[in-house]
Design a protein around this ligand. Sequence first.
Ligand SMILES: NC(=O)C1=CN([C@@H]2O[C@H](COP(=O)(O)OP(=O)(O)OC[C@H]3O[C@@H](n4cnc5c(N)ncnc54)[C@H](OP(=O)(O)O)[C@@H]3O)[C@@H](O)[C@H]2O)C=CC1
Ligand SMILES: Nc1c(N[C@@H]2O[C@H](COP(=O)(O)O)[C@@H](O)[C@H]2O)[nH]c(=O)[nH]c1=O
Length: 471
Amino acid sequence: METPAQDAAHMARAVELAAHGHGTTSPNPVVGCVVLDAAGRVAGEGFHAYAGGPHAEVVALAQAGERARGGTAYVTLEPCDHTGRTGPCSRALLEAGVARVVIAVSDPNPKAAGGAARLRGQGVAVTAGVLAEAAERVNEEWLTYARLGRAHVTWKFAATLDGRSAAEDGTSKWITSPEARADVHRLRAASDAIVAGIGTVLADDPHLTARPAAVTRADAAGSAVAVREVTQGRSGTAGQAGAEALDGRGGRGGRADGTGRFDGRDGAAGRPENAAGRPDGGAGWPASAGGRPEMAAGRPEGAAGWPASAGGGAEPGGRVPLRVVVDAGARTPQSARVLDDQAPTLIAVADDSDTTLKADLLRLPRRDGGLDLEALLRELAARGVVSVFLEGGPTLAGSFVRQGLADRVVAYLAPALLGSGRAALGAAGVGTIGELHRLTFDEISPIGPDVRLIARPARNEAGSSDVHRNH
Ligand SMILES: NC(=O)C1=CN([C@@H]2O[C@H](COP(=O)(O)OP(=O)(O)OC[C@H]3O[C@@H](n4cnc5c(N)ncnc54)[C@H](OP(=O)(O)O)[C@@H]3O)[C@@H](O)[C@H]2O)C=CC1
Ligand SMILES: Nc1c(N[C@@H]2O[C@H](COP(=O)(O)O)[C@@H](O)[C@H]2O)[nH]c(=O)[nH]c1=O
């Protein structure tokens, strides 16, 4: 049997593999798996690459073949025990004759959980909780969605060094560099929905589409960086993944999200795959570190796991993030760019709003002078939206922070000063210094001339996040 240090090392590799699924597995979790043979040698590796595709365990077991018999499997999330679009992984592990299964995080989804118990019941040795923190981190969007029944929120802003997001006259294009903005597009592409307030729509008339910079194969081999725009929204091949919420891994249906379009990956299970489980030729960048777009952009590997592989949405045929405008009074102009045909769009309006706007409307109750944001995130989760990328503006972001609904903050800071104009964050429920929303940094990285900071709500001693303390 492996030592605890060996367990940790193999699980670390499984977490690394899981990260390759970022941006492409939704509404499923990212999962990685390493299979050892009976002698403790690595026999197979895999990750879950897209909803409807084979689970990580199945990919790794297929690679290991007979070598899995008597061996050990490391899985970042408890193997599922139900039949969805693919069969239960607990059974696949049993059929492969694996003697021991090491799990990082239990499955919070009651429909899929039970894999550990079934394996134990069949005489397989099960060790749980190995490298749980790293495995939680790599899967944080989905775990938030599965545990809380709402979409996970990353609030992104771009600001000057003095913390301003727009000049006095409301103009803000551009504060950050093309490199930083290309990075934003990769994070947009890895999200299921991009959310903005009506104030931003009226001020900026933004597209809110993901236009990620892709790296050519030549770049991946280490030559000079050439960035090209991938006009995902124009391909006409993909739509936002729709699904029944919380229906379990691999068991979610491909229900349309109101736009009538479906994820191009559904039903693609027969596609050829490389050893690690990613569809061949799709990403335009290989799994090796040298080929990742973020390395090409000159930033270090993300310590947080999430940013290091965001950008999976750059795959041709990838999902197009849903655009959502938070607009109680239905003030979105019919001519707004967010209503063009580049991506599906949902306008969230108050349930009492009287409007003739021709758009997909989501009616929500009012709360605290605006729309009920928790209800918004639940409604989005019900449409299969696991991850939300919130792009302001300051007023809306302040409400998310005040209500404890900002799970991660990504700040792009430019070496520039405004001195006046809009602060990055509006009123966030802080009246006195003791009420401030304390965060901890996950990552600080230079991007071109700018800096990207990734932070999350600090945990208090009781284990809940500080930012939630008032609510
Ligand atoms: N540099 C950057 O990263 C960014 C800068 N900006 C800049 O910010 C400015 C726009 O921001 P801002 O004016 O704050 O507008 P917001 O985009 O934050 O929109 C605010 C509006 O959203 C609606 N809303 C609905 N529900 C809620 C709720 N629960 N909480 C808060 N608002 C709610 C309200 O209007 P209603 O009641 O009518 O629904 C409210 O007035 C522009 O100058 C833009 O350039 C914007 C984004 C990013
Ligand atoms: N000004 C500013 C940002 N502003 C954000 O980008 C939106 C425009 O998106 P799009 O129309 O899709 O390109 C705008 O409405 C606001 O939310 N973002 C940044 O990364 N850096 C910047 O300096």
